[in-house]
Write a protein that binds this ligand. Structure first.
Ligand SMILES: [Zn+2]
Length: 342
């Protein structure tokens, strides 16, 4: 995976863009240890600056800033930034009144450095015309001040879901409360998806909480997308405090997922051997929304009827091999945590 460069000089002559640069790229564990006695990592690379360059910016991944988002407020953060809640639904009509519609909740950017998730969310936002509740940036403070993973109070917000503090972790406190309020109204979301970026693995894939057919339906349907890898998926309960597990256990939503997307590239399909682009991630967002629509049909019509419904549903009747809790080649939670991806 190459880092990215933005030339201010090129932008000034009408060509603003981020491009991959660098050679001799290495990413390795160094000798510096953190408080948990785990090693930090170093990324090193060589880069030649273009002739006559006066100012460039460099980035780990395609930037996606707070100011790109439109606003409706879920809560205020420690730095008084707004956490947006976006509702997208079709206009009221008699055949399907708004009060009878199912909810989908999708959040992203709890980890500021994982701009992947914002590009997927952009694809979703651009495409969506259905009943979805979106929280595009769960950690705006971290995004604005340039943290990679934590908020202003040094909390990893994806470790605060069990007992979120309204003062220290307001976005988690209010999003959890919002989902609980939907439950209380008898409007439990059909699924919850938290978007993340993965620094180690290739492709896009899902972590779910159990291996039941209902939970496996979404990843099986997603498997038709060129970036998605069912073989990278894992279905088991994670640590208690992350979004996926708490939404599953405490808020009673079985289809509670973490969607991971690679920082680097794919080793399958039409993207095989290529580095990931902003457009690939946006298209993953579009594909995710189209797949949620398929999932709604699957739930509405019933599993048994899908044998004869054609190609997109074929995966639901096939016994594909998933990586699960009882699989001997699954990646342990500790391995995943060590390389900070979830
Ligand atoms: Zn993450």
């Amino acid at each position: 995976m190459q880092p990215l460069m933005f030339s201010v000089d090129e932008a000034r002559v009408g060509n603003p863009h981020w491009r991959r640069i660098g050679s001799n790229i290495m990413y390795f564990s160094n000798n510096i240890r953190n408080k948990g006695n785990k090693n930090y990592y170093t990324m090193s690379f060589d880069v030649t600056f273009p002739r006559d360059t006066t100012l460039v910016y460099m980035a780990y991944h395609f930037p996606y800033t707070y100011t790109r988002l439109k606003r409706q407020t879920l809560c205020q953060t420690l730095l008084n930034n707004k956490v947006d809640l976006v509702t997208i639904t079709a206009a009221e009509n008699y055949s399907k009144p708004i009060t009878s519609r199912e909810y989908i909740v999708i959040s992203a950017r709890v980890h500021p450095g994982e701009t992947n998730s914002s590009w997927i969310m952009k694809g979703i936002l651009d495409f969506l015309v259905s009943d979805h509740k979106l929280v595009p940036m769960l950690n705006p403070d971290g995004c604005i001040i340039g943290n990679h993973r934590t908020n202003m109070a040094k909390f990893d917000l994806n470790r605060q879901w069990e007992m979120p503090n309204p003062n220290m972790s307001p976005s988690i406190y209010y999003l959890k409360g919002f989902i609980a309020s939907l439950n209380a109204k008898g409007k439990t979301p059909m699924c919850y998806i938290d978007l993340h970026g993965h620094s180690l693995k290739k492709n896009a894939f899902i972590f779910g909480c159990d291996g039941t057919a209902d939970v496996l339906a979404l990843p099986r349907l997603l498997n038709r997308l060129p970036m998605f890898s069912l073989m990278n998926c894992r279905f088991q309960l994670s640590r208690e405090t992350c979004a996926r597990t708490v939404v599953y256990r405490r808020l009673g939503i079985p289809r509670s997922y973490t969607l991971e997307s690679t920082y680097n590239g794919c080793n399958q399909g039409k993207h095989n051997g290529l580095q990931i682009t902003e457009n690939d991630l946006c298209q993953l967002g579009v594909g995710l929304v189209a797949t949620i629509k398929l999932l709604k049909d699957y739930i509405a019509i019933g599993k048994g009827a899908f044998g004869g419904l054609g190609a997109p549903y074929q995966a639901l009747t096939e016994q594909k091999q998933e990586r699960g809790a009882d699989s001997d080649n699954s990646v342990s939670e500790e391995e995943s945590e060590a390389s900070f991806e979830i």
